[in-house]
Design a binder for this molecule. Structure first.
Ligand code: AMP
Length: 395
């Protein structure tokens, strides 16, 4: 998806409200990972270089529509300053006279950070009067928070029609890369799905089944598919109400000539934190065990199916990767997809848990793109119009 972005003439010396996602992991008064802050650097740099006066607006945690000092964005000011190398002035509200006054007093090279927008209950109701208050001191709106773009909030979508609005670099990149693997992907296109639940991925399957050359299904969701084929899955995850969907998907893939591959073996254990694990074939799952990772033969099967891919989209880990005993499958698929990137394929990792996994295993720079949005990247791949993104689409 190609998005309308800004040129120098659009923002020169203008007052700009920029929606970012500073909902960073925060423990004991410290930001533990500032990747989300750094993700907006390029957009902010362009605005500052163009002489714009910029105020950053974001949510932080779930304050339930009321002020909460533990969820004040004031706490992350030093991290924002460090990440961007600029002076950050904090404003104790995101609307009203304080914002206007701070904006008037702002000097070149300084940036405003507004207080947590979710301290106002109107934000998540996309209240038009609140959106108008947010927009009031500004001339331009730049939407850069892809991870919040699937939400129709005042600060992600309500302000768009009220100002001269543009997509920021991060939003543009997400549209470009997720678009490359979900709109008209270069073939062979391999879709890799995993994670806990079939129900979370149903609409992605629905949208991409007719575009994929091959679909690889691992993780907890694979067992509902194996059960749908009549196999014993022991105590592995199974969504009884999704068995019909799994059966239909298997039939439809066959009818359309899409190769759909399921695990041929699994790493199993009696309980999640078990010290004793073993590898069993998918046709020999013991009734008192659960599948917690794809096995070595599945790794080989999936890796060989990825070999000639021209585009790859991966959403959902292959096993309970948080436990090192069940991480080998996800790590091996990281390597196989990284090999595709090196061979010239476009490779995109959906956000959320898959992004955490690839980062944990040190693969985050081995793909064409790792999405910064969990829910947003899923909805994009489902073919849905995201309220904070669709208005910028250039058809
Ligand atoms: P999702 O958010 O749907 O992508 O799910 C990610 C979660 O799925 C991770 O926390 C994994 O631990 C979990 N997961 C992956 N494979 C399995 C499995 N075989 N059994 C149970 N949970 C799994």
């Amino acid at each position: 998806m190609k998005l309308k972005t800004f040129g120098l003439e659009d923002i020169r010396d203008k007052k700009v409200l920029m929606r970012v996602d500073f909902n960073v992991p925060f423990k004991n008064g410290r930001v533990t990972d500032d990747a989300r802050i750094r993700a907006h650097e390029s957009t902010l740099r362009k605005l500052l270089d163009g002489g714009a006066k910029v105020a950053l607006v974001s949510h932080f945690g779930r304050p339930k529509g009321a002020s909460d000092p533990l969820l004040s964005l004031k706490q992350i000011v030093p991290d924002v300053e460090r990440a961007y190398g600029v002076k950050v002035l904090f404003v104790e509200d995101c609307v009203g006279p304080k914002v206007q006054a701070a904006l008037d007093a702002l000097s070149k090279g300084e940036v405003l950070l507004l207080e947590n927008v979710r301290f106002h209950p109107e934000e998540q109701k996309n209240d038009p009067a609140f959106a108008a208050d947010l927009a009031k001191p500004f001339e331009v709106f730049v939407m850069d928070a892809f991870s919040a773009a699937h939400r129709a909030d005042a600060s992600t979508s309500g302000v768009i029609p009220l100002l001269s609005s543009f997509a920021g670099d991060l939003l543009v990149r997400e549209g470009e890369m997720l678009g490359a693997v979900s709109e008209a992907p270069a073939k062979p296109f391999v879709l890799i799905l995993g994670g806990a639940k079939v129900s979370d991925k149903i609409d992605v399957v629905g949208n991409l089944l007719n575009k994929a050359t091959t679909i690889l299904i691992g993780g907890g969701m694979a067992y509902t598919f194996l059960r749908a084929q009549g196999l014993e899955i022991g105590r592995s995850l199974c969504e009884a109400d999704r068995l019909d969907f799994a059966r239909r998907t298997l039939e439809e893939a066959k009818a359309r000539g899409v190769r759909l591959l399921l695990p041929v073996d699994s790493v199993v254990a009696a309980v999640l934190d078990a010290s004793e694990t073993k590898v069993v074939s998918s046709t020999e799952m013991p009734s008192d065990r659960m599948g917690l990772d794809i096995g070595p033969q599945t790794i080989e099967l999936f890796a060989s199916a990825l070999k000639d891919a021209k585009s790859v989209l991966w959403n959902g880990p292959m096993g309970v990767f948080e436990n090192p005993r069940f991480a080998a499958g996800t790590r091996a698929i990281c390597q196989a997809v990284a090999d595709c990137t090196r061979a010239g394929a476009v490779t995109v990792i959906g956000g959320g848990d898959t992004a955490s996994a690839v980062r944990e295993f040190g693969f985050d720079d081995k793909f064409s793109h790792v999405s910064t949005g969990g829910g947003a990247s899923l909805e994009y791949c489902e073919g849905k119009a995201l309220p904070g993104m669709a208005p910028f689409e250039i058809k």
